[in-house]
Ligand binder design. Structure first.
Ligand code: NCD
Length: 311
């Protein structure tokens, strides 16, 4: 990735690039365990978080990552900005660029928005989630977490369970897992599966039949706001057929890893008992997020020209 300037989706990365991100993130995770969790790698660089959709963990994770690298961070959130006064996306972007930012971390409800920024700006663009489309740093931090928990990923099986149709986390995550040679199963009610088959992905609607085959089970948030679309008859039925709870997990492999990108709906797609169990890697995913975003920022902004060491 050293020669790359942006991170828009996982498609931009081949397996070797992904390996390099994970290795770099591993060095940064060591930095994060030190009493002083900061390195000077991006001193003098400015990163802006440009968020047109609400987010706590992703925005804070990017902010912490940039600060740990000694970059200056600006947070631009829509409600506190001149977007309320009707400024266009392009004018906002050009204004930021005129201030001399080096990287723009963008989250936008419209799929493709980060690609527009890439056309308009010279800064490095990092996609922090665009519509239902892509969320590449989430995919990378999920791979990092999986590696920590199960080691070699080639040939291992992961199931993405729930609202696959609307999930940018699943779309990027599935590509990343496939790039690492994993077997991927998408499990959901037929109405929540993508209408066009995802390449190389097995699909199914019977979670109980899939669980025993999995090394990892990735639960997706049921987007309650979309329940209005009537994509399944009732939340009660969804819970009965798709909630990951201790009873269901009884049939899983002994070392299965349970993941969730957050925010969780406890008691809907996942029971509290499962979310808080040691086999759940949900807080590990949050920690991995900081190390992986440090790696990506470092590789896009500092790695190439500076030739700097990680720590
Ligand atoms: C997800 C997102 O925003 O795409 N969360 C995240 O980035 N941690 C998933 C979701 O909202 O369900």
């Amino acid at each position: 990735m050293t020669e790359k300037r942006h991170l828009l989706d996982v498609d931009d990365l081949d397996r070797e690039d992904i390996e390099r991100v994970l290795e770099t993130a591993l060095s940064f995770s060591e930095v994060l365990r030190r009493p002083i969790k900061k390195v000077p790698s991006l001193r003098g660089k400015t990163v802006v978080n440009l968020f047109y959709e609400s987010s706590t963990r992703t925005r804070m994770s990017f902010e912490v990552a940039a600060k740990r690298l000694s970059a200056d961070v600006l947070n631009f959130t829509v409600s506190a900005s001149s977007v309320e006064k009707g400024e266009s996306f392009k004018d906002t972007a050009l204004t930021l660029e005129a201030m001399g930012v080096d990287a723009v971390v963008v989250r936008h409800p419209v799929a493709g928005a980060p690609w527009l920024l890439r056309q308009w700006l010279d800064a490095a663009i990092l996609n922090a989630g665009d519509g239902m489309h892509a969320h590449p740093t989430q995919a990378l931090l999920d791979l990092f977490t999986l590696r920590e928990r199960i080691g070699e990923l080639e040939g291992r099986t992961i199931a993405y369970v729930g609202d696959v149709l609307h999930s940018r986390v699943a779309r990027s995550g599935i590509k990343a897992c496939r790039a690492m040679g994993m077997k991927v199963i998408a499990v959901a009610p037929p109405t929540l599966l993508p209408p066009v088959a995802l390449e190389g992905v097995e699909t199914g609607s019977d979670l109980d039949a899939v669980i025993p085959r999995c090394d990892a089970i990735y639960m997706l948030r049921i987007q309650k706001e979309r329940q209005k679309e009537g994509r399944f008859p009732s939340l009660e039925e969804y819970i009965r057929l798709y909630q990951l709870n201790a009873g269901r997990l009884g049939k899983a492999k002994p070392r299965v890893v349970v993941m969730h990108p957050g925010p969780m709906n406890r008691g809907v797609e996942i029971s509290s008992e499962v979310a808080d169990a040691p086999y759940a890697a949900i807080t590990a995913q949050v920690s991995a997020g900081v190390a992986v975003r440090m790696a990506v920022l470092f590789m896009l902004l500092g790695g190439a020209e500076g030739g700097e060491k990680v720590a």
